[in-house]
Design a binder for this molecule. Sequence first.
Ligand code: UDX
Length: 442
Amino acid sequence: MNLTVIGTGYVGLVSGTCFAEMGNTVTCIDVDEKKIENLKKGIIPIYEPGLEAMVNRNVLNKTLKFSNNLSINLEKCDIAFIAVGTPMGDDGSADLQYVLQVAKEIGSYMQHSLIVVDKSTVPVGTADKVRDTIQKELDNRNVNISFDVVSNPEFLKEGDAINDFMKPDRVIVGSDNEVAQEKMRALYSPFFRSSMDRLITMDVRSAEMTKYVANAMLATKISFMNEIANICELVGADVNKVRIGIGSDSRIGYSFIYPGSGYGGSCFPKDVKALKKTAEEHGYNAKLITSVEDVNNAQKLVIANKVVERFGEDLNNKTFAIWGLAFKPETDDMREAPSIYIIKELLKRGAKIQAYDPKAMDKAKHFYLKGIKNISYFNSKYETLQNADAMILLTEWKEFRSPDFEELKTQLKHPLVFDGRNQYNYERMKILGFEYFQIGKK
Ligand code: UDX
């Protein structure tokens, strides 16, 4: 099929590239001219394992193109995907200005019957707004062209996005029109080798809701476990053991019950807030979802609180080695990363920071921690340790999982580790002579 994907952010770029990989002809559109120029040269704006190679392969095969021009590319298009950002507005709701702007442009350029797909994460009712916006433009032009608006939310995880797209757990297609459903089924069928059961069709509003509910459910599991971790510390239990104990119940399962420094990223914080806001707009006070958010905000500072408990309120003359800045491993994304909150809290108290992350340091320096004094960046995890009072682990990159602990002891002023991701074995760290702080075990 001939596809147009509008928006070359995380979702748009990964989706467009994977559709091309499956043999479709895809044009990815963006208003950002520099970004498009770079993409044409094979310069990818994000770090995502496997993406660069896949983009370049498909550009070479001419199955993937990049352009700033929507009008030309809509001419031959069968399906147009809206994959622009829906940032959090000032009141916590999803800001739809970019989605509706694209809808307007589609309406003003469309020459033939088209399926328009909402791939961006959008609140319930957005498909109706997109439909109305397109229709209004068609009416202004005085033309009569049929089109369908389909909701097809994306469930990819950063760091594993290609895999999630190529081998999806499920694909949700929300559409009230059988012809559009059939076309979407044909598009996705190569992604399901044996069974199409995992392509789930439903009405548009339920599809829009599904995305938010999936993320809110996962965020709830994490906040629940983080709260349990805090209780475990108070009662003298070990959350790592409790986690294994409860995960063995197949109704609960082991995934997404890892306590830590709270969830970050582009999805959970934004989507939990937006779902709460949607409920509020309909007169419902979503208490559980509100608590999920409150627990997460507090959890981001648990490690900083442990540092203060150990060293006192005044951290002047203290230096901390930070291992990991990204909100999770295998990405350079720092959106809502716990590291930002923890570092700022320590700096506020006078500390100095020596940081290392395998991929996120550029984004930290030039954006998320831009211009902040008393942070220095190092090229390796061991270099950060020199003369530091403690090491604080904030992202569970593989290279941090089994470091040379003797090197840590040699470099650090004290053999002291704060582990915001419970990566090390408590008993072993004690035997090795470390003073070791974890989440959920005192
Ligand atoms: C998430 C969803 O998984 C994905 O389906 C959706 O499309 C987008 O949002 P992502 O934000 O890339 O994906 O990361 P994910 O791996 O889900 O982790 C989110 C956050 O939860 C991270 O900060 C991670 O550290 C944290 N987390 C995850 C925990 O603290 N504990 C866990 O057990 C699992």
